[in-house]
Ligand binder design. Structure first.
Ligand SMILES: C[S@@+](CC[C@H](N)C(=O)[O-])C[C@H]1O[C@@H](n2cnc3c(N)ncnc32)[C@H](O)[C@@H]1O
Length: 314
């Protein structure tokens, strides 16, 4: 994975006119810990909103899945993280004697180790089979083992893909599923800038630290010499189209060496690190129109900040 990391960093920083770094590399041990802190921030409404759905509307989710006790299911969670929302669904399914196994997929081994030990305590009878993988690769290996698949893609993870990539992703996902397999897709809904932007720019600076930690990771793992103090976190939100973007801004004109290659930064030059797409029904319909996945159900929190769409393969 180190070679892949190096390749993607060098490619991203070589891009013109806009340098970029892939957001999936936020999640080293420190990044995982920071993300857990972010989820608890007062400004970060996303996790609380989706948590409310998983806690208060577990039965709605289960009934939307139309489960049958005679069948065997595989619950495959892409980018599982810490599992604190999913656990409510997992417990309810175990209590209903649904025959299933749980496959968390994550690029972070640290996250997978955490979720495995967490679930051992919380749901001891559940069979958990972690898969350390990029979820794009995991799609190719979805086991064709005769079980019915339920794919969980929560936490607005899909929002990290621009619409073309999200369409491609759902299309690819669909091509690895059979008729009747389901997807639970968690998306953040469009809302005013005054609510969205602080979620990516909190007053304690945890999201800033999370973004800039990527530079530390590149220094640590690829022997680069980014001077953190000379860069800053710079998020934006376009309320009209519903897209938040995170950037790392170079405070001065400078250069950085990675793997013997020198990269130049102008003063105020931006490195794009993350996109967070906000959805509405129209955005989702547009994406699904180019796939063989259809929309079955929509479950929202009480403030209508977040939605879990239940989708089905045609
Ligand atoms: C924003 S967190 C969300 C975690 C969880 N789904 C939730 O809703 O709380 C994103 C998780 O996805 C993982 N991740 C990000 N990009 C990934 C990729 N391309 N392949 C696999 N896992 C990825 C990260 O390691 C992290 O655990």
């Amino acid at each position: 994975m180190l070679n892949q990391f190096k390749k993607e960093v060098l490619d991203g920083l070589s891009k013109t006119p806009q340098k970029s770094l892939p957001s999936k590399y936020f999640y080293d041990k420190k990044g995982d810990d920071l993300f857990v802190q972010i989820m608890a921030l007062p400004e970060y409404y996303l996790t609380r909103s989706e948590m409310e759905i998983f806690q208060e509307k577990t039965e709605d989710i289960i009934s939307a899945l139309s489960l049958n006790k005679e069948n065997k299911y595989s619950l495959i969670e892409l980018g599982a993280g810490d599992g604190t929302k999913t656990v409510h669904l997992l417990k309810a399914l175990v209590n209903k004697n649904i025959n299933f196994e749980y496959f968390p997929v994550d690029i972070s081994q640290n996250a997978l180790d955490g979720i495995k030990s967490y679930l051992r305590t919380e749901v001891p009878t559940l069979i958990v089979k972690p898969n350390h993988n990029d979820y794009f690769k995991a799609l190719e290996n979805l086991k064709q083992d005769g079980t019915i698949k339920i794919i969980l893609f929560l936490g607005s993870n899909i929002g990290n893909l621009v619409d073309e990539l999200a369409t491609e992703f759902i299309y690819q996902l669909g091509s690895n599923l059979f008729k009747g397999d389901k997807i639970i897709l968690g998306v953040d809904l469009k809302k005013p800038k005054a609510i969205v932007l602080p979620a990516y720019n909190d007053s304690k600076g945890v999201t800033a630290e999370f973004n800039l930690n990527l530079l530390d990771r590149i220094n640590k793992e690829l022997g680069a010499n980014f001077n953190r103090a000379q860069f800053e976190h710079a998020p934006t939100y376009d309320e009209h189209i519903g897209i938040a973007k995170s950037y790392i801004k170079s405070k001065i004109k400078q250069s950085v060496i990675i793997d013997g290659i020198e990269f130049y930064f102008e003063k105020d030059e931006l490195i794009h690190t993350e996109v967070s797409r906000k959805y509405d029904d129209q955005v989702l319909k547009q994406i699904l129109s180019k796939t063989d996945i259809r929309w079955e159900n929509k479950i929202t929190d009480s403030k209508q900040f977040f939605a879990n769409y239940v989708l089905e393969k045609n």
